[in-house]
Design a binder for this molecule. Structure first.
Ligand code: CA
Length: 256
């Protein structure tokens, strides 16, 4: 998704009636974002420092429910999850995360025996790190897990689904054998979603993948673009068949 977004031309259509004061946050090179879930502030500082030096963007929260909220609304590329958290413990957080999406999780535990127990629980974590660890080791594990879990993104020339045909080379879209005129942003949104049918994208992800930068507080502009896009490609925009709303998350292109 990220690579596709990078290939697409920068485009931002002004939205009539949309938010007027959006803060720009340039997001250099669309670097990958790591979410640290850890209540030991000093440890967070050290890991954050190393990860940022390694080129990652870093978010951190000190409890499980905040982690779940971030993963729902602004999903990272990987979660570094401490097992021993105040309130909701790491195991429950991992379960919650898995109910939302399949973001890679590295569990951080205090003891080797704990690691064995966790592996037995088959929580769907992608790796385990035992404390104490060196920050360098964390960076290496993060890189390894990202390499292993990321599906190569191949950009096809044509995407077809039902009576929608997207010609990526010619920047053309047909719906029910009729050519439709999309704005560059609508085209980008459609391609990003249709390239991974069935995958739910948050509004923030859609913004980032089409623009290469984020506009804080402007996630609702995505809704306006989606509305216009549905009006152009759906037979009945009130009952969309192709672009589905994912309640509490965002949107997805239908998976046939
Ligand atoms: Ca802890």
């Amino acid at each position: 998704m990220i690579q596709i977004g990078r290939l697409l031309a920068f485009s931002l259509q002004p939205i009539v009636g949309g938010p007027t004061h959006c803060e720009r946050h340039y997001n250099p090179g669309m670097s990958q974002k790591i979410l640290i879930v850890e209540d030991e502030i000093e440890l967070v500082k050290v890991i954050r420092d190393y990860l940022e030096k390694a080129g990652f963007r870093v978010d951190s929260v000190d409890n499980g429910s905040a982690a779940v909220s971030v993963i729902q609304h602004n999903p990272p590329d990987l979660v570094l999850l401490d097992l021993n958290l105040p309130g909701m413990d790491g195991l429950d957080v991992a379960r919650e995360i898995r109910r939302i999406n399949d973001v890679p999780i590295i569990m951080v535990t205090a003891r080797v025996e704990e690691t064995d127990r966790l592996i037995g629980l088959e929580l769907g974590a992608d790796d385990y790190i035992t404390k104490p660890f060196s920050p360098r080791e964390v960076v290496a594990r993060v890189r390894a897990v990202l390499r292993r879990t990321q599906k190569p993104v191949t950009t096809p020339e044509i995407i077809e689904s039902g009576d929608i045909l997207i010609d990526l080379l010619r920047h053309r879209v047909n719906a029910a054998d009729q050519s439709v005129e999309l704005t560059p942003t609508e085209f980008d949104l459609l391609v990003v979603m249709a390239s991974q049918p069935g995958r739910a994208f948050s509004r923030m992800q859609l913004l980032e993948s089409t623009q290469g930068e984020t506009f804080e507080g402007c996630e609702r502009t995505v809704d306006a673009h989606i509305k216009n896009l549905r009006a152009k490609i759906e037979a009945d925009p009130k009952k969309p068949v192709y672009i589905e709303t994912v309640f509490g998350v965002g949107y997805r292109f239908r998976d046939e």
